[in-house]
Write a protein that binds this ligand. Structure first.
Ligand code: FE2
Length: 374
């Protein structure tokens, strides 16, 4: 059952005002090639680089952007570093969910005072383009949150990065911003992390789903969506639930070797265009059976998009009292069945596609079975 929590009123003090997602940093085995995939397939543009040529001896990082979405791909240049260890353990995956704030020092003080574990104390870095203050706290698994205050910075990304002025490789797909980022946590750990986001970061419960909403013949999961005060940042948290066979969350936890980011939802305002481009550029999506579309009009009523076009692209639709939303999910973007992406267009709806869960999870289970993991 989905519920909407009341939005923060003006009288409530938001002790951690967030301006949005600053960037997402992935630790990967080969950052140059990972960045190339996101440029050619997802259409992101390379905007900044740091590595041995810029005085960074132990790592190389590539910063790519599209709309307000900013990803950083970082690789270790030698074994035995935290980056190399992260990749050995988890495969390629999200290390940092960075949040833009006005005051990274205050953000660190407020969250650590409420029980967050510090990963990096507030520090100011500067170059010719200005100064940036960052600080970091631990989240689920080896994932961390970094607070970034870039209000006094005019450079391409962060001090120490070299700007890249033109990307002739990028093939834009119309992606605009991060809609939400989902974390998978272990058995019975969801409420502990819901509590973390509530107590430590001042988030509120936005929606929740139980195993009656999200179950198929074989597997189940539970999910609660946490949102910050202004609603710009939404973090659904999933945990596995008992089913007849191994759930997709258990498969993730096994292959990621613990909790981590399961999917990143990227918003577009023209999903037909975006998904057609992504498919043409080699992004693989889950497919649903023809019957999904024969039942669609009865379930969601009148929509702007032609149903045959949605079926051709494999796009799903769900409606709630506020409007409707269109969504589609990629296959895992790595060989381990871990991280994947969602492409989403909201037309009034603030929901997460509950009406699609069954069709979607049956599609995921068909893929799990192909991998021998169901
Ligand atoms: Fe999602």
């Amino acid at each position: 059952m989905a519920t909407f929590a009341p939005r923060t009123t003006k009288n409530d003090q938001d002790f951690l005002p967030l301006k949005g997602t600053d960037h997402v940093e992935f630790y990967v085995g080969n950052a140059r090639q990972a960045a190339y995939y996101y440029r050619t397939a997802f259409g992101m543009s390379l905007v900044a680089y740091a590595g041995p040529e810029t005085g960074q001896r132990d790592r190389a990082s590539y910063v790519v952007e599209q709309g307000k979405i900013r990803f950083v791909f970082t690789t270790a240049l030698r074994p035995g570093s935290p980056i190399a260890d992260h990749v050995a353990q988890h495969g390629d995956g999200v290390r940092v969910i960075a949040l833009e704030v006005d005051d990274a020092r205050q953000s660190w003080l407020e969250t650590t005072a409420r029980g967050a574990r510090s990963v990096a104390e507030p520090a100011e870095i500067a170059d010719d383009y200005g100064r940036v203050t960052t600080s970091s706290i631990a989240a689920y698994g080896d994932t961390i949150h970094t607070f970034v205050d870039r209000g006094h910075y005019k450079g391409a990304f962060l001090p120490g990065f070299r700007a890249v002025h033109e990307d002739t490789v990028a093939r834009p797909t119309g992606l605009k911003h991060v809609d939400h980022m989902v974390g998978n946590v272990g058995w019975h750990a969801m409420d502990q992390w819901v509590e973390f986001y509530a107590q430590v970061m001042g988030f509120q419960l936005y929606q929740h789903f139980d195993d009656k909403d999200i179950s198929t013949e074989y597997s189940a999961l539970m999910s609660k969506v946490m949102a910050n005060g202004n609603g710009f940042v939404k973090f659904p948290i999933n945990e596995p639930a008992e089913g007849r066979r191994k759930s997709q969350i258990e498969e993730y936890l096994e292959f990621y070797q613990g909790p981590g980011v399961q999917h990143i939802a990227l918003a577009t305002d023209d999903i037909l265009f975006t998904v057609a481009r992504l498919q043409a550029q080699g992004v693989d999506f889950l497919t649903v059976p023809h019957t999904y579309y024969t039942e669609l009009a009865a379930r969601v009523g009148s929509i702007d998009e032609p149903i045959e076009e949605l079926e051709r692209l494999g796009i799903l639709v769900d409606r709630d009292p506020e409007g409707y939303m269109l969504q589609i999910f990629t296959r895992p973007v790595e060989d381990r069945p871990t991280l994947f992406f969602e492409i989403i267009q909201r037309k009034g709806s603030r929901s997460f596609g509950k009406g699609n869960f069954k069709a979607l999870f049956e599609a995921i289970e068909r893929e799990q079975a192909l991998r021998g993991n169901l």
